[in-house]
Design a protein around this ligand. Structure first.
Ligand SMILES: Cc1cc2nc3c(=O)[nH]c(=O)nc-3n(C[C@H](O)[C@H](O)[C@H](O)COP(=O)(O)O)c2cc1C
Ligand SMILES: CC(C)CC(=O)C(=O)O
Length: 375
């Protein structure tokens, strides 16, 4: 096999070799997967306007948020059940992110526990660049317990996922109901007893275990007051993930959110929602610099990250690329994936004439659909 040179190569490798149950779960989007594809394709509708003769012998890719400094503005998004990709799962991902000094966000629905992930992120609390993605359970005590565990374990922010009152209609999961492999557990929430009950029902009923689990446990009745509630039970910064409009961005400000992740959940929730790079400008405008805005969805190359920063994002997150790297070769595979994307990003900065991330702004980007209207 030829050398891996891009995230696309890692994706191709996973699509050719990963078992169908895991691949369907990881790769699918909802309904016709229009948003999933558009997330990726939309980046190609934007072009970078490079500047020349700018002395790029040193390129500084560092960014800061919430008092933390990161070596690159490209982080790892929360994705559930990473041990289906590799036995080391979340632990391999967080080790790699930690080594690269970027943020790793841990899903509530993970196959390694909050405490295990914290330990894998190293001994020094200040150096742990880990954020916890929160699903709010019907049982508020369970939710508070997760937040407190994350705080004790040294997580530095809470990401409240707001776009998933119900799981999107993912057709591969309907056609071939997803099953969590029986040797894996949802380590943050599953007691041994629940684990046994859940694994025993999965093969006997013709419905996705995941869809049922979610419906039975996760609260679909959240409102903006829950942002206030989360803020009242934690001192950590709270980011709202799943914002796609200026209206909701303003509500984030009103209800005291500390950050926003412009996201459509990787096209897994509402199909035909806008691509995130298209939604980013209106959110950035509405927020007007008051809190940091992040983006995820379709980021596959350093140039994609550059474009998101040019449109006002502080940093981006990648979801599936982490899983493809993990499947390729555990921690080494995630290292490879991050090294590729970071090199692409640094080169994109240099070839655009940006010696520092602070230099990247709107003047470096054009929307190919609007070029002619500008002439
Ligand atoms: C397999 C998979 C599992 C995911 N699990 C979660 C999750 O548990 N919580 C969450 O907020 N988002 C979850 N997401 C969404 C990601 O956080 C992120 O929004 C998305 O993957 C970004 O798109 P990308 O995969 O194109 O990079 C998941 C995404 C994937 C692909
Ligand atoms: C338990 C799931 C709903 C996790 C998730 O967010 C996803 O599969 O997209």
């Amino acid at each position: 096999m030829s050398k891996i040179a891009s995230v696309q190569d890692l994706e191709d490798h996973a699509k050719a070799n990963l078992d169908k149950n895991a691949l369907n779960y990881y790769s699918s989007g909802s309904q016709d997967m229009i948003t999933l594809q558009d997330n990726v394709n939309a980046f190609d509708r934007y072009q970078i306007r490079p500047r020349v003769l700018r002395n790029v012998s040193n390129v500084d890719t560092k960014v800061s948020a919430f008092g933390l400094t990161f070596d690159y503005p490209i982080f790892i998004a929360a994705s559930a059940m990473q041990k289906m990709a590799h036995p080391d799962g979340e632990l391999a991902s967080v080790r790699s992110a930690n080594k690269h000094n970027v943020c790793y966000s841990l899903s509530t629905i993970s196959t390694s526990s909050i405490e295990e992930v914290s330990e894998a992120a190293g001994q020094v609390t200040d150096n742990k660049k880990i954020w916890f993605q929160l699903y709010i359970y019907n049982d508020k005590h369970k939710t508070i317990d997760l937040i407190k565990r994350a705080e004790r374990a040294g997580f530095k922010a809470i990401i409240l996922t707001a776009d998933t009152p119900y799981i999107g209609r993912r057709l591969p999961d309907i056609r071939d109901p997803f099953m969590i492999p029986s040797h894996l557990k949802l380590k943050n929430i599953q007691t041994e007893k629940i684990g046994e009950a859940e694994t025993s029902t999965q093969s006997s009923e013709n419905a996705s275990w995941l869809a049922r689990y979610f419906k039975e446990n996760i609260n679909p009745g959240l409102t903006w007051d829950d942002v206030t509630w989360i803020k009242s039970v934690t001192s950590l910064p709270v980011l709202v993930k799943g914002v796609l409009t200026a209206e909701d961005a303003k509500l984030c400000l009103q209800y005291g959110a500390d950050g926003i992740i412009v996201s459509n959940h990787g096209g897994r929730q509402l199909d035909t929602a806008p691509a995130t790079i298209d939604a980013l400008p209106e959110v950035v405008r509405a927020v007007n610099g008051k809190i940091p805005v992040f983006l995820d969805g379709g980021v596959r190359r350093g140039t994609d990250a550059f474009k998101a920063l040019a449109l006002g994002a502080t940093a981006v997150f990648m979801g599936r690329p982490n899983l493809w790297g993990l499947f390729y070769d555990g921690e080494n595979g995630v290292d490879l994936m991050l090294d590729i994307v970071f090199e692409e990003f640094k080169l994109a900065m240099a070839l655009s004439g940006c010696a520092s991330v602070k230099d990247i702004n709107e003047s470096y980007i054009q929307d190919s659909r609007h070029i002619f209207s500008k002439l």
